[in-house]
Design a protein around this ligand. Structure first.
Ligand SMILES: [Zn+2]
Length: 192
């Protein structure tokens, strides 16, 4: 098993109609989408080089509605496809993600994002800032603001990762912090 900054990692937060996905290769985000289509996600799982796939597992609270059931079906499909495609595949409950990240109560996008900033630095989700002088004719390597790079501030490593994709990213850190798949065993007779 590789560390989080080595190899390919594909994290999926399944939804009802679209899905959060983040692909990290050698520690760099190479793809992130908070509303990935089923087709695109299937392509990613089929055609990305072998890596580790982490899929969030749906947990039912009381009666599950049709939306939850659909999400379950997607989650199971993603797992099967990931296994068939040769990836090392793990399905992890949200509550275990929260435990591993030491998040209590609601695990909203904002809270998970704040937790990731604690781990990776406040500027992790910064989109960066272009140099205000970059369009000047004389702009070049002697620019006092950017030194010619065109950026006053470089984007953070998770720039552009948002909403559903943040929940997908949380799987990556949670796995690194020890969150694992739970194997459910058939209850013993008389204990149902
Ligand atoms: Zn500049």
């Amino acid at each position: 098993m590789s560390s989080r900054d080595e190899g390919v990692w594909i994290m999926v937060d399944p939804g009802t109609w679209s899905h959060g996905v983040v692909v990290i290769a050698d520690g760099v985000v190479v793809h992130a989408n908070h509303a990935e289509s089923l087709d695109n996600l299937h392509l990613t799982l089929r055609h990305t080089q072998y890596g580790t796939v982490l899929v969030e597992r749906v947990q039912a609270h009381g009666m599950a509605g049709n939306d939850v059931m659909l999400t379950c079906e997607h989650s199971a499909d993603f797992r099967r496809l990931a296994i068939e495609s040769g990836h090392d595949t793990h399905r992890i409950y949200r509550r275990h993600v929260k435990q591993a990240l030491d998040v209590r109560g609601k695990s909203s996008d904002a809270i998970i994002r704040a937790r990731l900033c604690e781990e990776f630095g406040a500027s992790a989700f910064d989109n960066g800032k272009a140099c205000p002088k970059r369009k000047n004719k004389s702009h070049g390597d002697d620019c006092a603001i950017c030194g010619g790079s065109g950026m006053e501030r470089e984007p953070g490593r998770f720039a552009g990762v948002k909403s559903h994709a943040i929940q997908a990213l949380a799987l990556w850190l949670a796995f690194d912090h020890g969150a694992r798949e739970v194997v459910h065993e058939r209850p013993k007779k008389g204990k149902r």
